[in-house]
Design a protein around this ligand. Structure first.
Ligand SMILES: *Cc1c(COP(=O)(O)O)cnc(C)c1O
Length: 433
């Protein structure tokens, strides 16, 4: 049994100071039982806890650390930026550099606004879509998570799914009253809703590759249908690429699937580990944002010098290596195929959801072979997942602490680390067959 005395002591103290001891519920180990581990530092694909145990990290701060922890280039630009001043509340040149990088990489984005989190990005994109169209209703898919925006906090995946909270207390019926829920990847229910109400709907918001009910890629037919139908009714299609952006391809899911949304929200990788979010799209829509247009959106620390420095350094690394995404995807496929093989060998029913460097190992119910939506995801054997999680953790593999979260690969995950992970999984699955 791994020694975690200091970790336990610090977490006991945290619980007296912070609700549940955590500043975001996804970090609490509620879905797997037990207490989270207090981390002290990271290097490459590894995390070290306060008791100096070492883990191969497949959480990567829930997505952002695509280059691994303390990447030398990111660390160097941050050191340089910190001496020049940490916030001015004025325009800075690096905001242009980050904007240019994103515009050059993400097909649908002509103009972009920087914010401080994914939640701010989706909240602002919804407001802009409503302001631009003059309509109120929005469509959201069950099991998709778009941050903790009131109007989107219904049937949200992530921690909300994990904790089975369909609607948070404090979110009023009034704020979610204009949110229409539909099943993910279900073309026919979408078509019938749109046939009736399409012209009243301001926006469709979707995770093109869902990552907050576990990794569940949208089908090409589903995403193409959203694009075609929304174009007919002049409804704004918002791709929430806070997770899939710079993850499933250099230009996100929109590049991978060849579908151009009207607005895109970004976060996670775009800040390289610092708090950054963004939303962008066609100039003609984006110019409705204040002070160019009338839709209000602001932020004291938006475009912060440290955050833009880390974002530029991270996106430059991925933009300059033509094989970056091939390498990442090879790593993911090696791990995913290896896990499926171990399932067959050990007689444990498994399914993998994957896209680019996102993946989830599902323990599907007897009824399901593949996970395509929240109905199939929610039937997975979460008790079995919890046992697998702890068996992996005790072998030095740090996985997301819920069946309904996504694992991430970084460019720093070496072949030896992936093999070590498969060896641990072989033991974990054997223990549990
Ligand atoms: C993480 C996430 C968000 C919220 O981003 P925060 O930075 O946590 O506010 C929104 N949408 C998706 C798809 C996400 O994965």
């Amino acid at each position: 049994m791994t020694k975690r005395e200091r970790s336990q002591k610090i977490f006991q103290e945290a619980k007296t100071l912070i609700p549940g001891g955590v500043n975001s519920p996804a970090r609490a180990f509620g879905a797997v039982g037990g207490e989270p581990i207090v981390m002290a530092r990271g290097k490459g694909a590894c995390l070290f806890d306060v008791d100096d145990n070492c883990y191969i990290d497949y959480v990567l701060s829930w997505g952002p650390m695509i280059l691994g922890h303390t990447h030398p280039q990111v660390t160097a630009v941050l050191e340089d930026a910190i001496h020049k001043g940490t916030s001015f509340g004025t325009p800075t040149e690096n905001e242009n550099r980050l904007a240019q990088l994103v515009i050059s990489l993400v097909p649908s984005i002509e103009k972009i606004r920087l914010v401080n989190s994914g939640t701010e990005a989706t909240m602002s994109a919804i407001r802009l879509a409503r302001g631009y169209t003059g309509r109120n209703k929005i469509v959201k898919f069950i099991g998709n998570y778009h941050g903790h925006v009131d109007s989107l906090l219904v049937a949200a995946g992530s921690s909300a799914a994990t904790l089975s909270v369909p609607n948070s207390p404090g979110v009023t019926a009034g704020t979610t009253g204009d949110t229409i829920l539909l099943p993910y990847n279900d073309v026919s229910s979408f078509r019938s809703l749109f046939a009736q109400q399409g012209s009243e709907i301001a926006a469709i918001i979707v995770e093109p590759v869902a990552g907050n009910m576990g990794c569940v890629p949208g089908s090409l037919e589903f995403l193409q249908t959203l694009r075609k139908e929304s174009q007919k009714t002049a409804t704004i299609l918002i791709f929430d690429e806070v997770m899939s952006g710079f993850r499933v391809a250099r230009g996100g899911a929109q590049e991978r699937f060849g579908i151009i949304p009207d607005l895109t929200t970004l976060g996670k990788v775009i800040g390289g580990g610092l708090p950054v979010g963004a939303y962008g799209g066609r100039t003609e829509i984006m110019d409705h944002v204040l002070p160019q247009g009338k839709v209000f959106q602001a932020g004291t620390l938006s475009g912060n010098p440290l955050a833009t420095a880390a974002g530029i350094a991270t996106l430059s690394e991925i933009a300059n290596d033509p094989f970056f995404y091939d390498k990442l995807e090879q790593k993911t496929n090696f791990l995913a195929d290896g896990l499926l093989e171990l399932g067959r060998k050990n007689g444990v029913k498994l399914s993998v959801g994957r896209c680019g460097s996102m993946m989830t190992l599902f323990f599907p119910s007897d009824r399901d072979d593949v996970i395509i939506d929240w109905a199939t995801a929610s039937r997975c054997d979460t008790k079995r997942f919890a046992r697998y999680f702890w068996n992996m953790l005790n072998r030095g593999i740090y996985l997301p602490c819920s069946q309904f979260e996504t694992m991430f690969l970084s460019i720093a995950h070496s072949d030896e680390m992936l093999q070590q992970t498969l060896d641990a999984a072989d033991q974990a699955l054997r223990l549990d067959r």
